[in-house]
Design a binder for this molecule. Structure first.
Ligand code: KMH
Ligand code: ZN
Length: 282
């Protein structure tokens, strides 16, 4: 079981505003330009987010890992907000390992690090052991704080192995994100969440996100179990049955309201930095 010693502080909300899967044409509210991303980031900060998990798009709104664009994005988000900037190293399922490793050269505060391969709808999200190890070692060398993305129970076993072989992350603290309800990964429900949390490294903190229809069950289960929250249009584009998400901020507002009701109100970015061991680059 996690010891929960840092979980009592409040609720850290991460917003994942864009992702690599939705099409701008089909989802007009999706932030895809740098301006749209910065505007979303400011709105989500005001609504209670402390961390932003970033995927970027090119001039045609297609997913890209272009290094110059990533650097500009990190810079612009730091200028406009005090959010912790977490770049995705998952990218899109079509991105090469080389490009995904190079994401860290953009100098983010933090990055995602998925702890194993998983079926991803009709695709496969590839994260073999050798790649995981290389990516983790690079986070340690460059001083980027990883968030361990766990889509399935085998990923939790791989995380234990990674920590045993390569030691603590930069910043000295293990923070995990349970990504639940991906077709091919663990289901998004309360019983699965409780089992997954019980299997995490002892001193780890954790957040959870439920994809699509599992968004609300996972959100409420995570709040009840003392976890942190990730929300955003990367993970769901429906606010309610038949009602598309109007913007990321309303998803953050809903998560913040749930945290407030549970009497674990949202953490500021500064509080989240202290919990995660993320230095302030401002
Ligand atoms: N887009 C998914 C294939 C991450 O950001 O690290 C991978 C993903 C995970 O979104
Ligand atoms: Zn992502």
């Amino acid at each position: 079981m996690t010891d929960g010693s840092k979980a009592g502080l409040g609720t850290m909300i991460t917003v994942a505003p864009t992702g690599a899967e939705s099409d701008k044409a089909a989802v007009p509210a999706l932030p895809v330009t740098l301006d749209e991303l910065v505007t979303t980031a400011k709105e989500c900060r005001a609504a209670g987010a402390a961390v932003i998990h970033v995927h970027i798009r090119d001039h045609e709104a297609k997913p890209t890992l272009d290094l110059d664009r990533l650097k500009d994005t990190v810079h612009a988000l730091r200028e406009a907000t005090d959010l912790i900037v977490q770049l995705s190293t998952g990218g899109a399922v079509t991105d090469s390992f080389e490009r995904r490793l190079a994401v860290l050269d953009a100098g983010p505060d933090a990055c995602s690090l998925t702890c194993g391969t998983v079926n991803f709808g009709d695709d496969v999200f590839m994260n073999p052991w050798g790649f995981m190890k290389e990516l983790y070692a690079k986070t340690q060398q460059l001083g980027v704080v990883p968030e361990f993305e766990l889509f399935d129970f085998g990923h939790i076993a791989a995380l234990h192995r990674l920590l045993a072989e390569l030691g603590d992350p930069y910043g000295g603290h293990v923070h995990c994100d349970l990504v639940m309800g991906v077709p091919g990964g663990m289901p998004g429900n309360a019983a699965t969440l409780v089992q997954a949390v019980a299997a995490l490294p002892r001193a780890a903190t954790w957040s959870a996100t439920g994809i699509g229809r599992s968004t609300l069950p996972v959100l409420f289960a995570a709040v009840a179990a003392g976890g942190h929250l990730r929300v955003g249009m990367e993970d769901t584009i429906s606010y309610a049955r038949g009602r598309p998400v109007a913007g990321n901020a309303e998803l953050v507002e809903r998560a913040a309201a749930a945290a407030e009701l549970a009497q674990r109100p949202v953490m500021s970015p500064a509080e989240a930095r202290a919990m995660l061991g993320v230095p302030d680059h401002h």
